[in-house]
Design a protein around this ligand. Structure first.
Ligand SMILES: Cc1cc2nc3c(=O)[nH]c(=O)nc-3n(C[C@H](O)[C@H](O)[C@H](O)COP(=O)(O)OP(=O)(O)OC[C@H]3O[C@@H](n4cnc5c(N)ncnc54)[C@H](O)[C@@H]3O)c2cc1C
Ligand code: FES
Length: 341
């Protein structure tokens, strides 16, 4: 049974196919709705259902609460229409269509950046093109239909030379990330699918940018910054990097070099768990508290935040209370895959 979806924000209409979610139908019909995890875990797709009924495949009350559901909000990545619906979604304008591909890649280079972060460069097949916007993510396809998402840390121009760059934190007891450290070797073949997500630089926004990375949330932030540099952007950038210890700032020198080299680029690392051995004289505490202190008024800024969901959620609260227009808050929460068996 197909149903019609009417987005009243831009007055567009399309139809679902059987059992399709709103997001799947939108993307299939060429409408770029905001999204992140696609698994009901990050809330990036949250939208207002104006009329009609939907059923959520999965709904975590921490992501879409009972109150929000009652107020008419829904998660398009999980909501399957049961009848014709009207919805309010601010669609994302994009410069070009980007095809989602499934490709074999080969590990070209593997480096341990610190005790628990591995940097991989994946070579793409020479006969294939792979287009993406820096900041988007790919899925590595595993056995048994499992997949894990990783953000791309470099630009398509750089990836043509060096391969797709990933920064992977090794999660103790995780299913896949320990394999990256222990058993995935140079020359291994990894199947990937992508690109996905709507976390990329909005180049038409002419206002100062606050970027916030938590841990390996630095990966997509690095992609965004390299993209801004390639495009000769003149927008002032303030980069915060929140980590536990000094060693976790695994590419600290790179961020310092940007700050030294680029006009209007400020770098503020913040450690939550610095030890005496770190000999740290910089900022301490949680990165969201540092930002609340530094930006009592964030009106007129664009914000990009990526990393652990708990950090992204804390930042949402900070920016709700300091004058930022919510339309200019872009985030990528590194949620865990839903199917841990
Ligand atoms: C859009 C997106 C982009 C992402 N990009 C990146 C990236 O660039 N770099 C990166 O390192 N990761 C990234 N992730 C997270 C990544 O996809 C995996 O979730 C992560 O690597 C853990 O996978 P795993 O199989 O090792 O652990 P799983 O087997 O999935 O996890 C096992 C258990 O470990 C715990 N766990 C999982 N992850 C963490 C964590 N981070 N901290 C504490 N406990 C945890 C949970 O309790 C979980 O149930 C991203 C996730 C999303 C959704
Ligand atoms: S909750 Fe829908 S994309 Fe993450």
């Amino acid at each position: 049974m197909t149903h019609s979806i009417h987005n009243i924000t831009n007055n567009t209409r399309f139809h679902t196919e059987k059992d399709e979610t709103i997001l799947q139908a939108a993307l299939r019909n060429g409408h770029l709705y905001p999204y992140g995890c696609q698994s009901g875990a990050c809330g990036a797709c949250k939208a207002r259902l104006v009329s009609g009924k939907v059923e959520h495949i999965m709904r975590d009350p921490g992501v879409l609460s009972d109150d929000e559901l009652e107020q008419g909000l829904c998660l398009p990545c999980q909501a399957v229409p049961l009848e014709d619906i009207e919805i309010e979604v601010k669609e994302i304008a994009r410069a070009r269509e980007i095809e989602i591909k499934t490709l074999p890649t080969r590990v070209r280079e593997k480096t341990l950046l610190c005790e628990d972060v591995v940097q991989l460069y994946l070579s793409l097949p020479s006969t294939q093109t792979f287009d993406y916007l820096p900041g988007q993510y790919i899925n590595i396809l595993l056995k048994n239909g499992r997949e894990r998402s990783f953000s791309i840390a470099n630009t398509p121009t750089q990836a043509k030379q060096e391969g797709l760059e990933l920064h992977i934190r090794v999660v103790p007891d995780g299913y896949y990330s320990p394999q990256i450290k222990d058993s995935v070797q140079v020359k291994a073949i990894l199947r990937i699918q992508g690109p996905f997500g709507t976390y990329f630089l909005r180049k038409d926004e002419n206002q100062p940018i606050i970027m916030v990375a938590g841990g390996t949330g630095y990966a997509p932030i690095k992609g965004l910054i390299e993209d801004a540099l390639e495009n000769d952007s003149k927008m002032p950038i303030t980069l915060y990097w929140g980590a536990r210890t000094r060693a976790d700032l695994y590419l600290n020198e790179q961020a310092e070099q940007w700050a030294n080299r680029i006009e209007d680029f400020t770098y503020i690392p913040v450690l939550s768990d610095a030890s005496d051995a770190d000999n740290w004289s910089g900022r301490t505490g949680f990165v969201h508290d540092a930002i609340a202190q530094d930006f009592p008024d964030a009106a007129g800024h664009s914000v990009y935040a990526s990393g652990p969901p708990v950090m992204v959620n804390a930042l949402k609260e900070v920016f709700k209370n300091n004058g930022l227009d919510a339309d200019f808050f872009y985030s990528d929460a590194f949620d865990y895959a839903a199917e841990n068996e």
